[in-house]
Design a protein around this ligand. Sequence first.
Ligand SMILES: [Zn+2]
Length: 201
Amino acid sequence: MRTISCESIAQSPDFRPLSSIANIRVDLRYASTNNFMGRDMYSPLDCAWLHVEAARGLEMARDWLATQRRDVVLCVLDALRPHRVQIAMWDALEEDLRQYLAPPERGSIHSYGMAVDVTLLDASGDELDMGSGFDEMSETSHPEHESAFLKTGDLRSEHLANRHLLRDAMKRGGFHGIATEWWHFDCGDRDRVRREFARVA
Ligand SMILES: [Zn+2]
């Protein structure tokens, strides 16, 4: 496996800073204390980066969204997550919550800069209501259970409409969602990423 250290990605042509993507918002929760661990997991590392392919995909998602809703913007909650941070997060998580994290031996697509956690903001900068919060480790966060929770009333049609808008936009950029987190998207084929891309250590 090829690896690159997080400290050297700024010199690599394979990565782009999130600041180079116009008209999106960035609120990296793991670079703050506003996350499920209550501490900054990234400092002093600069993790506001994506692989160039994912950055381009995010621009395509942004452009499509602008044709649908001029009052709504993409907001990036997590992007590049160096593998060393993935390990620290795994060690900090209770065993029953580890289903929400890729185990260190397998690693995360985030560590290649090819996955992104993202939500939508309205014109006032408030998050659209997705029915559960970012990193809320409950079944209502699972896209696979959305229709069941719509029937029980735990999710409303407004929540599903917001999630669909997010998924439709990300799909335009070549991203795929996963079964357990409405906010997480992988860019392209994960097996290809694991095979061909350098992982950020
Ligand atoms: Zn994610």
